[in-house]
Design a protein around this ligand. Structure first.
Ligand code: PEP
Length: 252
């Protein structure tokens, strides 16, 4: 049985004070939730303060990105070890905004997955097709490349620290989510593909999250699909009133 995971990606939003206030609200709002892993990813500058605010709760902290080197002359970058030092247990890797705006390649993302898992942290590897790719019926080819290249050289052992987030680019921040059937079709495909890469047993344990305009009113339908093990949430993670019902919805 895969344990559900719901992660909030706060992107480039919230001052330290605002982030701590949201963390306080979430901490109170999930005090009785024991059957869902909950993760929040604030901006780097708020990580330590949010980590402190979350002490004593089950909510885990994530970095939104990282650089694959541990230290050195890499101005502006943050390493997995520093994220760990700031209290993170997860790192989001390969988000579509990083792929598109910062032109990150699968090869570079692969280095990050390796660096994150080597540090003992969990990598949330994001994959997803654009609308054009979907319309051209390239969805499965694109995802195959992103998964195979992104996970190149990752051992079955390390795969225990990997979570996949399927985020169709056309659904991110658009208010247009994939239908449960569309999402389930892709998740099922991904699990089979992962089985070819790391074996059916490992693939069976692997959590595959859906991301893309998840809201309180569509979470239940999406997350009750057989191969959908939780959600990566952007916009609806910025207010406790929006995020808590997603976390608390009836998960399988
Ligand atoms: C995201 O950025 O990962 C995301 C899923 O955003 P949203 O929920 O706003 O579509």
């Amino acid at each position: 049985m895969r344990r559900p995971l719901v992660a909030g990606n706060w992107k480039l939003h919230k001052t330290i004070a605002e982030a701590v206030a949201l963390a306080d609200e979430l901490k109170e709002g999930i005090a009785d939730v024991t059957d869902v892993d909950i993760v929040v990813a604030p901006v780097f500058t708020a990580l330590a303060a949010v980590g402190k605010a979350l002490e004593g709760s089950s909510i885990a902290l994530a970095g939104q990105n990282c650089y694959p080197e541990a230290k050195g002359a890499f101005t502006g970058e943050v390493s997995p070890s520093l994220l760990k030092d700031a209290g993170c247990r997860y790192v989001i890797v390969g988000h579509s905004e990083r792929r598109r705006i910062f032109t990150e390649s699968d090869a570079f993302i692969n280095l990050k997955v390796k660096a994150v898992t080597a540090e003992g942290l969990n990598a949330i590897l994001c994959v997803g097709e654009t609308l054009e790719e979907r319309n051209d019926e390239k969805t499965f080819d694109i995802l195959t490349d992103q998964i195979k290249n992104g996970l190149q050289g990752i051992s079955a052992e390390m795969m225990r620290q990997v979570i996949i987030a399927y985020e169709p680019v056309w659904a991110i921040g658009t208010g247009r989510n994939a239908t449960p059937a569309q999402a389930q079709e892709v998740h099922c495909f991904l699990r089979r593909l992962l089985g070819e890469i790391c074996g059916a047993n490992t693939a069976d344990q692997l959590r595959i999250l859906y991301g893309g305009s998840v809201k309180a009113d569509n979470a239940d339908e999406l997350l009750s699909q057989r191969d959908i093990d939780g959600a990566l949430v952007g916009g609806a993670s910025l207010r406790a009133a929006d995020f808590l019902p997603i976390v608390r919805h009836r998960l399988k």
